[in-house]
Design a protein around this ligand. Structure first.
Ligand code: DX5
Ligand code: ZN
Length: 222
């Protein structure tokens, strides 16, 4: 089943509870944490995640675009995140960190920037519940989808199948009605969409449409 995770980066930060409500039926709420070091943008941290967790029943998918995730990521589980994604480029000890996140009760996930290949991480995949293949350079919403990432999505799906893993494959960046099918055909099953959902007149309906598109593409091509 395809999952759609609206990114609140494109929502109104002064009305986060209402913005979470506006995408009822979403599988997860995608929360972009940026520290102005790992990426040239600054968003929110643990206290906001804690409040958001109290304000919505939708589980939180925290995408940490931060330096030193080994030090900071576990606090996001304590704040209520159901899934925590750290970046491979920033983690000092990804296996240890993934195990710590799982032990604390969250799904452990690792993200790859566009220029980071998946192959060096093949042996780590069983330690993860999800791999995030970025389809834009992280840092901002509303950027154009990078088609050149489709082969990496395909190769990641092949590795997951080769090892018989249950893990999810997430894509993030430029996912919209125009691009979601290509991602699904390539093997993604969790889709982050910020501007495509929150710029829609009816965000909840946009989620349903994206999910249906992704489901159809998966069934016809895989
Ligand atoms: C980008 C963030 C994304 C962003 C996606 O660095 O990780 O989650 O919100 O926004 P769209 O869907 O507009 O590309
Ligand atoms: Zn993100």
């Amino acid at each position: 089943m395809a999952q759609i995770n609206p990114s609140i980066l494109s929502a109104d930060f002064a009305n986060l509870a209402a913005e979470a409500e506006a995408v009822q039926g979403a599988d997860w709420l995608h929360v972009d944490v940026m520290d102005n070091h790992f990426v040239p943008n600054l968003t929110l941290g643990v206290p906001v995640v804690e409040s958001l967790h109290k304000a919505t029943r939708t589980p939180l998918d925290c995408h940490l675009m931060i330096e030193e995730p080994d030090r900071w990521a576990p606090a996001y589980v304590e704040a209520g995140a159901g899934s925590v994604t750290f970046h491979a480029e920033a983690a000092a000890a990804p296996v240890r960190l993934a195990r710590e996140l799982r032990t604390k009760g969250a799904r452990a996930s690792m993200a790859l920037k566009p220029a980071t290949p998946v192959e060096p991480y093949e042996d780590l995949l069983p330690e993860l519940d999800m791999l995030l293949v970025m389809t834009v350079e992280p840092g901002f919403g509303g950027q154009a989808f990078l088609d050149i990432m489709l082969p990496k999505i395909r190769r990641t799906r092949q590795l997951i199948e080769k090892h018989g893993l249950e893990m999810w494959l997430q894509v993030d960046g430029g996912v919209s009605a125009e691009t979601v099918e290509r991602c699904a055909e390539a093997g993604a099953d969790v889709f982050v969409a910020g501007s495509a959902v929150y710029s829609a007149e009816d965000p909840a309906e946009a989620v349903r449409v994206l999910r249906a598109q992704a489901e159809n593409a998966r069934h016809t091509c895989r």
